[in-house]
Design a protein around this ligand. Structure first.
Ligand SMILES: *Cc1c(COP(=O)(O)O)cnc(C)c1O
Length: 365
């Protein structure tokens, strides 16, 4: 049957050309140890009331907004609650970019949703490199950004863990005043809080910070994120966002997660996870089955395997990690920092690789 007799004939070209975003969870993998989605190993109980669900929720629940503002050291009007940081990305593109005309800039390799969102909205992508962002001068970077409306800086960057200094972000924002919004995605900032760019929000009207409860706050299932920016940047986004984006249930749990005690316990967990990351990095550096280890910030470590089949060996052992193509090479792997037991599974897998490596080398000789 030809395409024109199917609903596909109705699709705009940019939608027909989309390939579905392959998130860590959409891949149909089976396993027992899940270290592929940068989730926290900690889960918590909640005791929320389910009364009053006959009423529509507060569109921007005051208790959550006030608590997050206090946590981020901002004013409540500088905080927008969204369904994950992913919705923040989408709202920025929908609000600030004109389809078929505007573009966004990003620094590869980086988080996949910026491009997916741009493609979905028929907005062009100016794909620059992390190398330019980290080693280039502010002049080089601003030149390369060209007339992109939105500039996404993932900090620390997923999946490389690299950090761009707040000074550099500040200089870029300054140069792009009235030209572009500089969006700093701080999904992993709790693992290196002194590097946050939120303090620049009061200084630059074009600076936006994205945050989430999915990583250090251990609430990936809740779908809660925050877009932090000047009230002037958020005002048009407030017109575009759905009328009741946040359910009453989500708001209650998010508010609980932002109590003083809960933030203290999150910080304690971060300390433990950062220490486990060091331990894992040492194991990886010592393994002959690993060629390179990128030990950056964030709750993950990214590495290049000596032999790609090691990934399948892990799956056979029930150990699920995230395979990546980086720098055109398909033998990279990202390991999320789980609990001690889960990382022990990684150690068992690493140790199981050594003999087969040796025998391969002997075969060659
Ligand atoms: C996980 C992640 C997000 C998505 O966060 P949600 O709040 O779960 O939508 C955004 N940005 C980066 C860089 C991430 O790694």
């Amino acid at each position: 049957m030809s395409d024109k007799h199917t609903p596909n004939a109705l699709l705009p070209d940019n939608i027909a050309a989309l390939t579905a975003y392959s998130s860590a969870k959409s891949e149909k993998l089976t396993g027992t140890t899940w270290l592929n989605a940068n989730e926290s190993p900690y889960s918590r109980e909640t005791s929320i009331s389910l009364a009053a669900l006959n009423r529509y929720p507060d569109p921007q629940p005051a208790s959550v907004i006030n608590r997050y503002a206090r946590y981020a050291n901002l004013e409540p009007e500088q905080v927008l609650m969204t369904r994950g940081a992913d919705e923040g990305i989408e709202l920025l593109v929908r609000t600030y970019c004109e389809p078929a005309k505007d573009s966004i800039a990003l620094f590869l390799p980086t988080y996949g949703m910026y491009k997916v969102t741009a493609d979905t909205h028929n907005v062009a992508v100016n794909g620059l490199t992390q190398e330019l962002l980290l080693e280039g001068t502010v002049d080089d970077i601003v030149d390369a950004v060209g007339n992109a409306k939105l500039v996404f800086i993932c900090n620390p960057n997923n999946p490389t863990g690299s950090l761009t200094s707040v000074e550099k972000i500040s200089a870029i924002a300054k140069r792009l005043t009235d030209k572009a919004l500089v969006i700093v995605d701080e999904a992993y900032i709790e693992f290196c809080p002194s590097h946050s760019a939120t303090r620049l929000i009061n200084e630059f009207a074009n600076l936006v910070v994205l945050r989430t409860l999915s990583k250090a706050f251990a609430l990936a299932g809740l779908r809660t994120g925050f877009t932090l920016a000047s009230a002037a940047v958020l005002a048009p986004i407030r017109k575009v966002i759905a009328p009741y984006p946040v359910s009453t249930v989500v708001a209650s749990i998010a508010s609980e997660a932002l109590s003083g005690d809960a933030i203290t316990s999150m910080r304690r967990q971060v300390t433990i996870l950062n220490a486990l990351k060091e331990k894992l990095t040492q194991w990886l550096n010592a393994s002959t089955s690993v060629l390179k280890v990128i030990n950056g910030e964030g709750n993950f470590v990214t590495l290049k395997l000596a032999d790609k089949s090691a990934f399948n060996r892990a799956l056979e052992q029930g150990l699920v990690m995230r395979a990546f193509t980086l720098y055109g090479e398909n033998d990279w792997l990202r390991i999320s920092i789980g609990n001690e037991q889960e990382l022990e599974q990684v150690k068992i897998w690493l140790d199981s690789l050594v003999p087969s490596n040796r025998s391969v080398k002997q075969d060659v000789l």
